[in-house]
Design a protein around this ligand. Structure first.
Ligand code: GRF
Length: 220
């Protein structure tokens, strides 16, 4: 069954990062197939994006399961049904338990809209503004059992302007998310990522890392 990498996406919301992955796969930039999109929210727009792409969808209703571990056992069973070799969290609002993490160690990736380890958790764009941070950004990282604590793969930096609102900062960050998430998935699909403790080694990364840097920030 060595037919190439199959991706499973877990999403709870609008799925714009999922769309960026779909587009990169369809453009031939990522050598993988998106096998399934699973959601805990029946009307998540991410599911609609999957359907438009002719990708299988599964809504798994959390209310039908007695606790998070049991729910995650169903998720694992579903991911295995689709022979998934890489799990992408794309705006997935549930914390994944060790049931998933142990099964897919170093094979689950998440995108977070802040420069980890600063501002883990929720509402992080607002927190960055309230904290008067001068820079924020986004982080693509492997997922471990903690909240936003796994080894960092790629980050992108954006400025935080004095008059930013939560929405204006989120939009600036999102643009970078759509750039670096597909990039990290491409590296994974090419077999170029390995994890040593907290360190993610990128095989054949350019010395300067230029390919991962953000263009100099400009005011929109
Ligand atoms: C993104 O900001 C992502 O970083 C965070 O949740 C948001 C999801 O947005 N994990 P979308 O559903 O991908 O549009």
């Amino acid at each position: 069954m060595a037919e190439g990498l199959k991706i499973g996406v877990l999403a709870s919301g609008r799925g714009s990062n999922f769309q960026a992955i779909i587009d990169a796969v369809n453009a031939g930039k990522i050598n993988a197939k998106i096998a399934v999109c699973i959601s805990d929210v029946s009307d998540a727009y991410a599911l609609e994006r999957a359907r438009k792409n002719l990708t299988a969808t599964e809504f798994i209703d959390p209310k039908q399961y007695k606790d998070r571990a049991e729910y995650d056992r169903k998720i694992v069973e579903t991911l295995k049904k689709y022979d998934v070799g890489l799990v992408l969290l794309a705006g997935y609002m549930k914390l994944v338990t060790p049931v998933i993490v142990d099964e897919f160690r170093n094979k689950i990736i998440n995108i977070h809209p802040a420069l980890l380890p600063s501002f883990p958790g929720l509402h992080v764009q607002r927190k960055a503004i309230e904290y008067r941070a001068k820079f924020s950004g986004c982080t693509v990282h492997f997922v471990d059992a903690g909240m936003d604590t796994g080894p960092i793969i790629i980050q992108a930096v954006v400025p935080v302007f004095q008059d930013d609102t939560e929405d204006s900062l989120a939009a600036r960050i999102l643009k970078q998310e759509h750039r670096i998430y597909p990039e990290a998935v491409r590296l994974f699909a090419e077999g170029r990522l390995s994890v040593q403790g907290r360190r993610v080694i990128i095989k054949d990364a350019p010395e300067s890392h230029d390919e991962f840097l953000v263009n100099p920030p400009v005011r929109e």
